[in-house]
Design a protein around this ligand. Structure first.
Ligand SMILES: NC(=O)c1ccc[n+]([C@@H]2O[C@H](COP(=O)([O-])OP(=O)(O)OC[C@H]3O[C@@H](n4cnc5c(N)ncnc54)[C@H](O)[C@@H]3O)[C@@H](O)[C@H]2O)c1
Length: 207
């Protein structure tokens, strides 16, 4: 099975720019896809600002910052962004129809070996994987905000996800300095499943 060296991130918002940042900082070549040149540039500006903060805190050097930015290329053409990727991570808004369309486009354009991951917080991985021709290579890779800081990554199998894909994604999270926690494909996975009733309880307290 091919090693993951090229990663494409689809969506450069709150989560996507953080995911691109972390992969690039750890030596991966990253293609970041956005819907417009302005949004792609904005994502890179955010990464630049966050890296500068890390340099100021002496967590990384100036050279590491430059190297990280050099490994990120932005795209407004989804097909071009994913056609060399070993792993694609989708981080577009939490709307099933949008994710479905994007998963289908990625499935068409990416090489056969490519793993398709989603950063969804609540959509079923099985349901999303079912819109592709490779459900066995689809998986949830759920990062937390802010991605460069938060260690947890929930790894969620769909019904057909192959064990070797799960193992690969868990090992990959480790390479990024993250802690992978396997979660089952049920609403909220682990952390949001625990968090949501607590938020609900807080509202009862206000009542
Ligand atoms: N924000 C959080 O704290 C958080 C935490 C964990 C998981 N998530 C999940 O991560 C995903 C993204 O959330 P977010 O907070 O980063 O959203 P966001 O709105 O900040 O960013 C989404 C980005 O996707 C881009 N986009 C939309 N359509 C696109 C397309 N066709 N091609 C490329 N880019 C496209 C948008 O322009 C936007 O910049 C959601 O599934 C969300 O549930 C969010």
């Amino acid at each position: 099975m091919k090693d993951i060296t090229h990663v494409a991130v689809v969506g450069g918002g709150t989560m996507g720019n953080g995911i691109a940042h972390v992969f690039a900082q750890n030596g991966f070549s990253v293609h970041l896809a956005e819907t417009s040149r302005e949004l792609a540039d904005k994502a890179v500006q955010t990464i630049d600002k966050n890296l500068s903060r890390m340099v100021a805190k002496e967590k990384i050097t100036d050279d590491q910052k430059t190297g990280t930015l050099d490994r990120i290329t932005t795209f407004t053409d989804l097909k071009a962004a994913v056609e060399e990727a070993d792993l694609v991570i989708e981080a577009v808004p939490e709307i099933f129809e949008l994710k479905k369309k994007i998963f289908q486009q990625i499935d068409e354009a990416a090489p056969d070996h490519t793993v398709l991951a989603t950063n969804t917080s609540s959509i079923s991985i099985t349901r999303l994987a079912a819109v592709t021709k490779r459900p066995e290579k689809c998986i949830g890779m759920h990062f937390f905000n802010p991605v460069p800081v938060m260690k947890l990554v929930e790894v969620i199998n769909g019904y057909e996800t192959e064990e070797k894909i799960t193992d690969k994604i868990v090992a990959l999270a480790d390479k990024l300095g993250k802690v992978a926690v396997p979660a089952s494909d049920s609403p909220g996975f682990v952390s949001n499943r625990v968090l949501m009733p607590m938020i609900n309880e807080a509202i009862f307290c206000v009542y």
